[in-house]
Design a protein around this ligand. Structure first.
Ligand SMILES: Cc1cc2nc3c(=O)[nH]c(=O)nc-3n(C[C@H](O)[C@H](O)[C@H](O)COP(=O)(O)OP(=O)(O)OC[C@H]3O[C@@H](n4cnc5c(N)ncnc54)[C@H](O)[C@@H]3O)c2cc1C
Length: 342
């Protein structure tokens, strides 16, 4: 079903398949260049981009490292997201310190030892006092240059913008219906100069990029409610995070089930996250939502941002992995630089 219908063939610059964060960022950057687009999305509700925590941080990973390359991508992403906020008139980006709670004295000692590294210490604010209502017996640090993006809000708002501009269609793209002509592509009512595939882990069905392999990684998040929730900070403890999303609710997650593409919700994964939340708060919380989705990851964490070797007007952006929200703008820019303008 199309959001709008037309009897005539519509000539556009680019067809974009998928409106996750990858497709959305490609769409935004092409529109900024004044190019006409059509985004086709199957309308699936629980996708990686929609349920993602959207967290970003200058220090990350088990070893808590400062990665200059990732930091540059993060800066680029924040710039893009701020411009999209202006364009849409919607606020979805929050820049604020993340509080990392130590789970043991050993972790605390090792982290404080790392303060000798100037790159690391420049991103850290030491906390000498305990945080009210939080079980922080081993202490904590604040990580600067961090925050989160309300991805669901951003994607919905961008979809509305695309609809208003007659640039969005709900459709399950069928690869065998794509006609490849000498200097354009035809799909149903559209003739496009370029096509950019951004299907997330469902890329497996794409016959044009068979050599690129996606490793699915299932992840769950839960939303918790408490009428008198007093903490308003983003908290992290080991791999688990808590984000206060409004006055009453907290988003918490997430799990990592590598090589797992089972889209079914498994209650035990929600309880696993809730148990981690209980290690942080003494307050009682009620689970009001539980979601699961599949992250598109790759071997060696290499993002797939490439042009087809034979069809020069065919591109793919995928494999954004566990940090897809924050990496997408940078790689979307890389793709759009290669796009044919005609
Ligand atoms: C629980 C969880 C927490 C996460 N937390 C973070 C985080 O804190 N920070 C961070 O940076 N990243 C995070 N991520 C990772 C991030 O969400 C992903 O890397 C990113 O969303 C991948 O985006 P994508 O657009 O490539 O894929 P997707 O989000 O899967 O989007 C693909 C889109 O393509 C559509 N599609 C697929 N096939 C077709 C077809 N044939 N026709 C039409 N449409 C099609 C789908 O419906 C979907 O809308 C998290 C992920 C999960 C699951």
């Amino acid at each position: 079903m199309y959001i709008f219908a037309t009897n005539r063939m519509k000539r556009i610059n680019s067809l974009i398949i998928g409106q996750g964060i990858a497709g959305t960022m490609v769409a935004y950057q092409l529109q900024q260049r004044g190019l006409s687009i059509m985004v086709i999305d199957s309308g699936k509700i629980n996708t990686a981009s929609r349920i993602a925590a959207g967290m970003f941080s200058s220090i990350s990973g088990k070893r808590k490292t400062f990665d200059v390359e990732m930091f540059t991508k993060q800066k680029f992403a924040i710039g893009n997201f701020r411009m999209i906020e202006k364009l849409l008139g919607v606020k979805f980006l929050r820049e604020e310190n993340i509080i990392q709670l130590f789970h043991s004295e050993k972790e605390k000692t090792e982290t404080l030892e790392r303060m000798k590294d100037e790159n690391f210490s420049a991103q850290i604010e030491l906390k000498n006092s305990h945080i009210k209502n939080i079980k922080d017996e081993h202490g904590s640090i604040a990580i600067k240059n961090s925050g989160w993006i309300d991805c669901e809000l951003m994607l919905k708002a961008y979809r509305n913008y695309l609809i208003e501009n007659n640039s969005f269609s709900i459709d399950n793209f069928k690869y065998d219906e794509l006609e490849i002509k000498e200097d354009f592509l035809r799909y149903k009512d559209f003739e496009a100069t370029n096509i950019i595939f951004c299907e997330g882990y469902q890329k497996r069905k794409n016959p044009f990029f068979e050599n690129e392999h996606i490793i699915p990684c299932k992840g769950d998040v839960i939303t918790l409610k408490h009428a008198n929730h007093r903490n308003k900070k983003i908290l992290k403890r080991s791999n688990y995070f808590l984000i206060p999303t409004n006055e009453e609710t907290v988003k918490a997650g997430s799990t990592y089930l590598w090589s797992n593409d089972d889209e079914q919700l498994n209650e035990s994964h929600g309880i696993e996250i809730k148990n981690k939340v209980d290690e942080i708060f003494s307050d009682e919380f009620e689970i009001i939502n539980h979601q699961t989705a599949i992250r598109p990851t790759t071997k060696n964490r290499e993002v797939i941002a490439k042009q087809h070797s034979l069809y020069k007007n065919m591109f793919m952006l995928n494999g954004l992995g566990t940090k897809g929200i924050i990496q997408a703008p940078f790689y979307a820019n890389y793709i759009t630089e290669m796009i044919k303008i005609k």
